[in-house]
Design a protein around this ligand. Sequence first.
Ligand code: SF4
Ligand code: SF4
Length: 282
Amino acid sequence: MIQITQQIESWMDNRANNALEPGAPLPAFGKPLVGVAHGEDALFTFLKHDIGPDFYWTPEEAFLSAFPEEQTRADELSVIAWVLPQTEHTRLAQRKSLDLPSIEWSKARHYGEMVNENLRRYLVDLLEAEGYRACAPVLLPQWSRALSGRYGFASSWSERHAAHACGLGTFGISDGLITPVGKAVRVGSVVVRRRFTATPRLYAKHNEWCLFHATGKCLVCMRRCPAGAISQRGHDKVKCKQYIRSVTAVHVEKEQLGIRVSSCGLCQTKVPCENRIPLAMR
Ligand code: SF4
Ligand code: SF4
């Protein structure tokens, strides 16, 4: 796995692959974190039943969606997930924003997600070139959005949940994944028919690294959210989406990039979990 991690790092080190916008000298993201989970990990089965038994994929189902003609078993598969940290440049600009995202954040949301998409393709091609069948679940044509009875807006495969299973972080009250490099991140994953050593999950609960869940105090992200979409009960996805659709995406089109982008992320900066695990500081 060390070799795969090094290849991901070196791909991300190349500014032609990782730029805040095409041709820009600034990177979209800092040094990635990489983690692995085994395909038969019971957490994936739990997630399927918890999120949506009718639509949410286990790694085996994602793999078989990509390769329906292949015979495979869950215990032949690995999930490789990564965390791409927002740069200090982007985080500092976003910290100054109150109701609307900074242009740096919007660029990282738009062009940075293209970097993330290309990283998924790069890793799939790399593994395939080495003789291992691989797919990026969220890039499959069968991947779709869905409605979860328990959680509202959902999809066939969640990158954040894959990263959580791969030992890369736990959820905050705002639904963001708090990773060792914080919550101002983007995440991605691939499923491969190859065995790697699983990354230990250094947590027992899905929300262990959130200060509010751990101590009953914090809620800084709640106060940062201009839409009132975060409360002690958690993240209101409907309010969040509505604010992004009607306010921030319009702002990005009119004032920033000339295109609609689902940019906001104010709850990801100027918070104790922005670029670290908050409990580790205490
Ligand atoms: S800002 Fe505080 S309450 Fe919100 S996710 Fe981070 S640690 Fe949890
Ligand atoms: S993305 Fe924006 S609207 Fe949604 S919860 Fe975070 S700050 Fe609020």
